[in-house]
Every structure is written in C-alpha cells, then in structure tokens.
Design a protein. Structure first.
Length: 208
C-alpha cells in the first residue's frame, strides 16, 4: 500500500516557491491553481489540492474560460498569463556582425520575435569556422520578462531549429549557468543534453 504524503501549508508554501517556472505552478489563489500546459502534478501536490478543494487548470484551459469566469480572468491578467493570438507574433532573421576574430570572422544570425511590432525576444546562432563542419553555437537566448510563461521560449527555440536545419547545421551547442534552473528545464525539454562544464557554465548540445 502506498504511503500517503503529509505536508503542512508552511511546507507547501516553501516548496511552491521552487515550482514556479516554465512548466510549474503559474498562479494560485484560494480556489484556483493555474499550471503550465505540460506540468505533471506530483503526488504530494495532488493530495494537497484534493484536501483544499482547489480547482486546477492549465494555462490553455484557463484562457478558454476567462470570458466565462471573472476570477480566472482577473488571475490571468494579474499574473500576465493571457494568451495572445498567433497573428500578433512574427519572426525575423538577419545576419549580424560577429567580430571575435577579425582575421577569421564567424557567421552569426539573429532570430527576433516580435509582438505587434515590439521586440519581445531574440536568440543568436553562431558558426565557428574552426569547429567541425555543421557545428554551431547558440549565443544568447532572451524573452522579455512580461512575456515569459507563455511558451515563447519553446516557440523561439523551435524556429531556431528549423532555421538551423535549413542551413545544414547538424549540432547545436550552448552554455547555461548551473543556477538558471528555468532555462535548464527548457533546454532539457528541447532535447539538449549536458556533455561538459566550465567554472561558470554547463555545456549542452543537441543533434538535429
């Protein structure tokens, strides 16, 4: 027989702080909890939800109910979780200078994500001519804070994968700080695996 997990509200509040992120708890009130679309609720949290009779919705579910439920609509607005139409977003690529080595310049492309003509995120992909053929690096990955939590990291990364494949890229590499747990979760989910580390970064790569 599986032993039930007992947890106090104080313990729950402490643990909850570590769950907020790309896939965790996005918002919570007395009656409702909104979670990331792909978040799997652990057993200990499931028990707490049942005990407190909290109704749980994913971000997508909550957005579909916002016109019928004023409380849900208020929570979504307060936490910046309202989903926008895909028509409001557009992507642009451009080649940009990268003068690390003047005698042997690297190729660099920037992918920029726009929302209603406002830049809300970007990432760069860099080709190192001294590395193996088809091996490129991701040099920076950024989503504006007010637009985080809407799955835009995945959207931007997937577009980067598509662009990379079209240009013959076989391997993508990146470095991430060990303390940047939310970014590491995104990279893990997108198929990057650790292969080395430095004093400042965990080095990860993905085969395309």
């Amino acid at each position: 027989m599986k032993k039930k997990i007992k947890i106090t509200e104080n313990q729950f509040n402490l643990i909850k702080e570590n769950l907020f992120g790309e896939e965790g708890i996005k918002a919570m009130s007395k009656d409702y909890m909104i979670i990331g679309d792909d978040y799997m609720i652990p057993d200990w949290l499931e028990e707490f939800i049942k005990k407190k009779k909290i109704t749980v919705y994913t971000i997508t579910q909550a957005n579909s109910l916002r016109h019928k439920n004023s409380t849900i609509n208020h929570i979504l607005k307060q936490e910046g979780l309202l989903k926008e139409s895909e028509d409001n977003f557009r992507l642009a690529f451009e080649k940009v200078p990268f003068a690390r080595y003047k005698e042997d310049p690297w190729d660099q492309f920037q992918l920029t994500l726009f929302y209603k003509d406002k830049q809300v995120g970007n990432t760069n992909i860099v080709r190192n001519p001294k590395a193996e053929s088809g091996e490129w690096s991701i040099n920076g990955f950024f989503i504006e804070k007010e637009y985080q939590g809407h799955g835009l990291s995945y959207k931007l990364m997937q577009k980067l994968f598509d662009f990379s494949k079209q240009h013959g890229v076989k391997t993508l590499e990146l470095g991430v700080s060990p303390d940047n747990y939310s970014a590491r979760k995104v990279y893990d989910k997108m198929g990057f695996t650790p292969y080395d580390k430095t004093s400042d970064y965990i080095l990860m790569r993905k085969e395309l």
